[in-house]
Design a binder for this molecule. Structure first.
Ligand code: MN
Length: 162
């Protein structure tokens, strides 16, 4: 049976209380369930603001890595591509954004997922007024590009709701 493609999902209704907990800044600023990890200094040149990186699964026998990325409020990464690969984002805490070039920014709340396909130019990160954590399952080679136009980011709501 053919299965419908699903590249974006939002957490089911009825999870409201769990989401309320996962939006709390003191929980998200510590990385939530997966932990915050170390300051992401190696990639700081590709981010506006401070982020943290916690390896979850790094196994050379697997063709992908799994990391928990935590962004301070207002921190986003630059436009980039995952060439010859892909990336799955699974939001785990706080409020954030992902935008694929030519499309509107998409709000990510805990439990939401989003797929970035091979070579798609995109950026992701926190809302202005909120910490944000997502799991990133990533393969391929990252190609880092220019920073996001501050006017575009500043036009997004600081504390978005769905
Ligand atoms: Mn990415």
């Amino acid at each position: 049976m053919a299965q419908e493609s699903q590249t974006q999902a939002t957490l089911s209704e009825g999870a409201g209380e769990a989401i309320a907990e996962l939006l709390k800044s003191e929980i998200v600023s510590n990385g939530g369930l997966f932990g915050r990890g170390a300051s992401n200094d190696a990639y700081a040149q590709y981010f506006t603001g401070r982020s943290y990186l916690k390896p979850v699964v790094v196994d050379p026998a697997l063709p992908f890595g799994v990391h928990n990325v935590t962004f301070e409020p207002g921190c986003i990464n630059h436009w980039h591509r995952h060439n010859n690969g892909w990336q799955i984002l699974i939001a785990t805490g706080g409020k954030g954004w992902v935008q694929v070039e030519g499309q509107d920014p998409v709000l990510l709340l805990p439990g939401d997922s989003f797929v970035i396909h091979d070579g798609q130019k995109h950026w992701h990160g926190a809302a202005k007024g909120s910490w944000f954590s997502h799991i990133a399952i990533t393969t391929g080679t990252a190609e880092w590009l220019e920073p996001v136009d501050p006017a575009v980011y500043d036009a997004l709501p600081a504390d978005p709701t769905r």
